[in-house]
Every structure is written in structure tokens, then in C-alpha cells.
Design a protein around this ligand. Structure first.
Ligand code: C5P
Length: 392
């Protein structure tokens, strides 16, 4: 991937795109710039012409520009379309397939991967209709880079700052493909199932989608993956060493058996916390009006791994219905983890069963929000963060 079609829409963050072009050129990318009318109000096309060493495209219906390289040729030329900054208006247009200017038309005409780096006021970012547009675009395969939290040009503080050019570059760079080359990663996924008697069990709503997405993406990034999975409805990922287990105790045994030599352990499984003290050999009869379950705490798998002398870089998950950040930080420290990925469950979007999710990722001296996106993209973003922390 060497040819970047950079779309710039009209936000104050457009000034950062000049640095982005400079970085792309420095990394041997061939860059063509497309600007919306509003973008040209913030920064001159001449700046981008000078930096990219090519004329800047601003018009859809301009015979001269179309003669130089028509919009269809421009779309065919690109290995990647990157829109930075992408304003709320730009996202709305893309998500609805409008094609009333060059950039929105190019979005419809390209067949290459599309990345967007949104930038807008934090209230606009959180507005329900913007979130709906983001979700639509995500479902259509658009990859979101950021936005970041912090102080904004308008004086607000919150989510909506465009990701810094360096980080945007890192997100689209193909060398990511090898970031886990030679690394061994152990991943737990799915729920566990704790038998009560021959026909009944205790479990939870975990679908295993996040853990499976992590396993598949980690393998694509070059890792040798071992997946320890509880009972799920997903088919086993191709060419990944998958150990199928049932109970929390089985999962503990399988993890301990495979942990030696692992560089990274990601505990995405929703391990059942309490298991029946003794499994009844015969089906429990419903004669009594009330009955009691005698439950014992299961062994904490990820904490056991994190307490090993030669522990891998250990990543846990925290699914919470309230006090997300507080519980996540508590688990990070209490379980001696290197990183924790926290997400809300029991909300309208994301969490168990869902194909999309958002994560608040914390480590010992930092954190990052990964906004709602499909679990494959999210897995990728989390893995890139893990690789960065591992390096650090
Ligand atoms: O304490 P809690 O269950 O909320 O912690 C969640 C994290 O701990 C997840 O990463 C989960 O996979 C892991 N865990 C575990 N073994 C348990 C319970 C949780 O590995 N018995």
C-alpha cells in the first residue's frame, strides 16, 4: 500500500493534515489530496500542493481537474482512502451515500480500504445521530482512527480531537502486519459452563466473539496463537491451535498447561465466578419448594498467570454494568495485570453477543478509549496498543 488518497474536510484540525502529508511523503507514500470547499477555508490548497508535489483536487464538476485525473481514475489509483479530518457533516454524508462533492463521490467510487480520523466538538461527537452514522460506516467496513479526548479548539474538553498525524500514520502502515512476528499469544474466550447435574449448568451470555476476533487478528499480525475456548456457537478459527474446554477448572488447567513460553496472555473469557461444590450424579428433583446451591469460587485464571515468575504481558477484560473505570483500575492492580480492557455490558449497544463494542483500555500510566466499532477492528486496535506497550 503506497498510494494514499487523502480527503480533507472542513474542520480546524485540517491544519494538522499538512503535517500528515509531510509524514506520509517521508515514509515513501505517494499522496494525492482532495479538499472539500469548507476545508479550503481553513487551509490553502497551495500548502498541500507544495507538500504532496501534486495538484490538489477540489472540484467534482470541473473539466480541467477531471482532465488531469478524473474522479474515477483517482478512485482506482488509490490503495487507501484516508479522510482526515472527517467532520460530523462529512461522516453524515458518507454514511448516507451522498455524492454532492468530490470527496463524497470518491468514497462511493473507491474499492480500497477507507480510514477516517474524525474531528469535531465533543457534543457533536456524542450526538445520537453522529453515533448512528459512525455505526453505519463501521458496519460498511470504514475503519475509524480516534478521535482522542482532550481540550478542543472551541474551548470544550472531551472526545473529538483528531488523532495526531504520527498515530494516524501508524494506523494505516502495513508493517503492522508483522508486529507479532515470532510472538506467542495465549487467548481465553467465551463463557465457561459449570455443571449442577447431568442436565443443568450455570453459565453467562458471553458469545466468544471478542476472543475469537483477537485470536484471528493476532494470527494475521504474525503471532503464534493458542486459543482456549469455552463452549461457543462460533466455528473454530482456521489454522489456530484451539483447545476446547467446558468448566472454569478445565480452562485453568488448559491455560496452565500452555502458558510456558507465551509472550502475551489475553484473558477475554467470561469465566464463571462460582461453581457448584459437588456435581450431582443424578438430575436434581424439583420436590422441595426451595433449594440452595452450594457454590465455590473458581480459581482466577488471569491472576494466576499474572502471578507466575516469568509472567507473559498479561491483559485482562472487565465487563461492568456500573463504575467501569473504578472496577477496571482495581482489577488491573489487584490481579497484577499489565493492561485491562473495560467495556460496558447490559447497555443498548456493545457488550455480550453484539458484533460491535467499545473499550476503555488502561495500563499503569496511561489509558485510551477505543470508540464503538466492530469487534474485528476493535481487536486490531487493542492488539496494536498491546504491541506498543510491550515495546515500551
Ligand atoms: O474479576 P472479573 O471476573 O471481573 O475479571 C475479569 C477478568 O478476569 C477477565 O479478563 C477474565 O477473563 C479474568 N478471569 C479469569 N478467571 C476467573 C475470573 C475472571 O481469568 N475465574
Amino acid at each position: 500500500m503506497k498510494r494514499v488518497l487523502l480527503g480533507i474536510s472542513g474542520g480546524i484540525a485540517a491544519y494538522k493534515s499538512a503535517e500528515l502529508v509531510r509524514l506520509l511523503i517521508k515514509h515513501d507514500y505517494d499522496v494525492r489530496v482532495v479538499m472539500t470547499q469548507a476545508a479550503t477555508q481553513f487551509i490553502s490548497p497551495l500548502t498541500f500542493q507544495a507538500l504532496s508535489a501534486h495538484p490538489v483536487h477540489t472540484q467534482l464538476l470541473d473539466a480541467e481537474q477531471e482532465n488531469a485525473m478524473g474522479h474515477i481514475n483517482l478512485a482506482r489509483w488509490a490503495d487507501v482512502l484516508l479522510v482526515a479530518p472527517a467532520t460530523a457533516n462529512c461522516l453524515a454524508k458518507l454514511s448516507h451515500g451522498l455524492a454532492d462533492d468530490l470527496l463524497s463521490t470518491l468514497y462511493l467510487a473507491v474499492e480500497c480500504p477507507v480510514y477516517v480520523a474524525p474531528a469535531m466538538n465533543q457534543v457533536m461527537w456524542h450526538k445520537a445521530v453522529t453515533q448512528e452514522n459512525i455505526q453505519r460506516l463501521t458496519q460498511h467496513g470504514v475503519i475509524f482512527i480516534g478521535p482522542e479526548a482532550g481540550s478542543q479548539a472551541c474551548g470544550d474538553v472531551g472526545l473529538g480531537r483528531m488523532t495526531e498525524p504520527e498515530a494516524i500514520l501508524r494506523s494505516i502502515i502495513p508493517s503492522k502486519q508483522g508486529i507479532f512476528q515470532g510472538k506467542n499469544i495465549l487467548i481465553t474466550a467465551g463463557p465457561t459452563r459449570e455443571r449442577l447435574d447431568p442436565v443443568r449448568y450455570i453459565t453467562n451470555r458471553s458469545s466468544g466473539k471478542m476472543g475469537y476476533a483477537l485470536a484471528e487478528q493476532a494470527q494475521k499480525l504474525g503471532a503464534h496463537v493458542t486459543l482456549v475456548s469455552g463452549p461457543v456457537a462460533l466455528s473454530a478459527p482456521k489454522n489456530i491451535h484451539t483447545v476446547l474446554v467446558e468448566s472454569a477448572a478445565d480452562m485453568y488447567d488448559a491455560v496452565m498447561q500452555h502458558v510456558t513460553g507465551q509472550d502475551i496472555m489475553i484473558a477475554a473469557a467470561a469465566v464463571v465466578d462460582y461453581t457448584p461444590g459437588n456435581v450431582q450424579a443424578e438430575k436434581i428433583k424439583k420436590q422441595k419448594k426451595q433449594t440452595e446451591l452450594n457454590l465455590h469460587k473458581t480459581k482466577d485464571i488471569v491472576a494466576s498467570v499474572a502471578s507466575l515468575n516469568n509472567k507473559p504481558f498479561t491483559v485482562g477484560f472487565a465487563a461492568e454494568t456500573h463504575n467501569l473505570e473504578h472496577y477496571a483500575q482495581d482489577k488491573l492492580i489487584r490481579k497484577n495485570l499489565d493492561m485491562i480492557a473495560a467495556n460496558w455490558v447490559g447497555q443498548a449497544e456493545g457488550g455480550f453477543d453484539s458484533d460491535v463494542n467499545a473499550l476503555q483500555v488502561c495500563w499503569h500510566n496511561g489509558q485510551k478509549t477505543l470508540p464503538i466499532t466492530d469487534k474485528t477492528q476493535l481487536a486490531n486496535q487493542l492488539l496494536v496498543l498491546i504491541a506498543e506497550r510491550l515495546d515500551a
